[in-house]
Design a protein around this ligand. Structure first.
Ligand code: M6R
Length: 609
């Protein structure tokens, strides 16, 4: 996830682009760059790190042009560095391009273009686009891009300028977000409307396979065949101050809502067709190594640990490999025995959590090979691993981890399904069904978000409780633990995540009218037992919020309230179940007036043991 902006008008393009990029910094801050057309030439400034470095660089090298494009990067292909920063420029220095998205067939395209003599300077997937545009350029920038788009597979939102066209910008989209801001005598492009809100509240929301040719006085919208398309201008309903959070009250809320898109990006290039095998670039394991595995050990902290617990389940159920999951902070204390052919899967959003890094080193030293499931590219954990499968969630700013959690599970599910395939541990039919269900997850996540008001109404009935229990079994025991962690860390309401089967061994003594229980009772192996547990709580006057599949008729009879989730295979339910529980925690915390994005005593990244 990166941020792009562009400007054509009468102001200094750098002023507008830098201000727009500041509103997009939540989308990435590994590096930033800008290209401006000035006196018939392209001037490019790039820096590593945050936008303030770009502002400083522009103070030293001021650019006066009134046409420009800018980018703030969240690294996916190639580490954060100046050379990998956007804008990328054609070999003749006449065309510059910024990109948000992932080009899936970049490796083939790069080989092809290299053979034709194009020189590549970066490790990015993006650079192929600018060389493709240059390959097809015969004086018409839009026509060149249209032709290039035919060769591209994957996701992109791009902004393109050329020194030959000092008053024109081309922008296009497939799967990655793009808006065109409509001004008077000036126009804008951006990854989201928050970036242009300072100057206009009118935008065109560009759809897939559409593009725009933009000058200071005109915006021409077409499809990739060049046929005109029509959009009514959309009026941004919120004030400029709300821009950075894209109109959301908190980053956590925004990140919860980013899950459908983030899931799509996580699947891109890895799972595109249920009938086809999963490919995981970065895993770095041969089929022989996968077949030889005797054990998988997950380790992580906090929310990532809960994803690891789900992973343990997936690895055993799907790939039939014995699996464990250890809290990273505890792993070293028990001096674990590491068998030959053990794979450690280290899970971390930040890739910098000290406990997790220490556990990784311990397991490596004892002979395990290490694959990490990480969000931040080139982080310490990613660098020290033998293989890394990035979750591709984009920056997560809210201290409470939300989209990273569901994407960690999705990524681990991809790994487990891949292992099952390679080891012949599941039938072709089972794998196809599972892959089909994974491909439906983004849509199911959207359905769950569309039901936010129903969850909010439940939150309003329970927000003044001081105690809560979250119960689950099997693959959803970690969901109960994660639901409870979400609630306690942002609302400060006491919440305990517990095995429903363990209740009768002690915790049931806590149940009374003022303690509410969230019981995860989606259909599957443990459904009947969960109904029994709900009845035990109701018999002791405890209010129950059930989490059930759409259409279930039993849970509404047993529970006081129900959070509904669309049906999917039981193994994937931790992904869908997580979303209403995130929303519930969010609204309870909001009703209590908590500091949701920065709860007391917590830091986003814990770099001390
Ligand atoms: O960056 P990491 O995933 O390694 O962080 C691990 C935990 O610190 C993190 O998940 C923490 O528990 C979150 N605050 C949970 O929302």
């Amino acid at each position: 996830m990166c941020g792009i902006v562009g400007y054509v008008g009468t102001r200094k393009a750098t002023d507008v682009c830098v201000a727009g990029l500041k509103r997009l910094e939540y989308r990435g801050y590994d590096s930033a760059g800008i290209a401006v057309v000035e006196d018939g030439k392209l001037e490019v400034v790039k820096v590593v790190g945050k936008l303030r470095n770009l502002s400083e660089a522009l103070e030293e090298t001021p650019l006066e042009g009134t046409l420009g494009i800018g980018h703030t990067r969240w690294a996916t292909h190639g580490k954060p560095s100046k050379i990998n920063s956007h804008p990328h420029v054609s070999n003749d220095g006449r065309i510059a391009l910024v990109h948000n998205g992932i080009i899936e067939n970049y490796a083939e395209l790069r080989d092809e273009l290299k053979q034709e003599g194009f020189e590549f300077v970066s490790e990015t997937d993006t650079e192929v686009i600018v060389h493709l545009v240059a390959r097809y350029y015969e004086g018409d920038l839009a026509a060149a891009f249209r032709r290039a788009a035919r060769d591209l597979e994957g996701a992109f939102a791009v902004g393109i300028v050329s020194a030959d066209h000092p008053g024109q910008m081309v922008a296009a989209r497939r799967f990655s977000p793009l808006v065109v801001g409509i001004g008077a005598g000036e126009n804008f492009i951006a990854s989201d409307m928050g970036a242009v809100r300072e100057w206009t509240d009118q935008v065109y929301v560009i759809e897939d396979d559409e593009m725009a040719v933009i000058t200071r006085d005109g915006i021409e919208l077409t499809d990739f065949e060049g046929k005109p398309v029509h959009h009514e201008p959309y009026t941004i309903p919120w004030p400029a101050e709300a821009a950075q959070k894209g109109g959301h009250k908190h980053f956590m809320h925004k990140e919860i809502h980013e899950q459908p898109r983030a899931m799509r990006e996580c699947l891109l290039g890895r799972l595109t067709d249920a009938e086809k095998s999963i490919t995981l670039e970065g895993l770095n394991m041969t089929e022989e190594e996968i077949k030889r595995l005797r054990k998988v050990v997950f380790t992580a902290c906090g929310t990532a640990f809960h994803a690891g617990l789900v992973g343990r389940f997936l690895m055993e159920k799907l790939a039939r490999i014995p699996a464990e999951c250890d809290l990273a902070a505890e792993l070293r204390a028990r001096d674990p025995v590491v068998l030959e052919d053990t794979l450690a899967i280290v899970v971390s959003q930040s890739g910098e959590t000290a406990d997790t890094l220490v556990a990784l080193r311990e397991l490596k030293e004892k002979g395990a090979s290490v694959v990490s499931v990480v969000n931040v590219v080139d982080s310490s954990i990613a660098r020290e691993s033998d293989g890394v499968v990035y979750i591709q969630a984009g920056p997560e700013i809210g201290v409470a981890s939300t989209k990273a959690y569901t994407l960690q599970i999705l990524t681990i599910a991809l790994i487990a399904a891949h292992f099952a395939d390679v080891r012949g541990a599941a039938s072709e039919h089972e794998l196809i069904e599972l892959r089909r269900a994974m491909l439906s997850l983004p849509e199911q996540a959207q359905t769950l978000l569309d039901r936010e008001d129903e969850v909010k109404a439940v939150a309003a009935r329970y927000y003044d409780s001081h105690n809560s229990l979250y119960l689950g079994r099997g693959v959803n025991l970690p969901s109960a633990m994660e639901g409870a962690l979400k609630l306690k860390e942002i609302s400060y309401v006491h919440a305990e995540g517990y095995s429903a089967g363990e209740m009768k061994h002690g915790p049931i003594a806590l149940v009374e009218r003022s303690l509410f229980t969230v019981a995860i009772a989606v259909k599957g192996d443990v459904y009947d037992k969960m109904i029994g547990n709900i009845q035990e709580i109701k018999a002791r006057s405890g209010p129950v919020i059930g989490v059930a599949f759409d259409g279930d008729t039993e849970i509404p009879r047993q529970a006081d309230d129900v959070l509904w989730v669309p049906p999917c295979p039981e193994l994937l339910t931790p992904i869908t179940v997580a979303i209403p529980l995130q929303i519930l925690a969010y609204h309870i915390a909001d009703m209590l007036g908590r500091e949701i994005d920065q709860p007391r005593n917590l830091a986003k990244t814990v770099t001390v043991e």
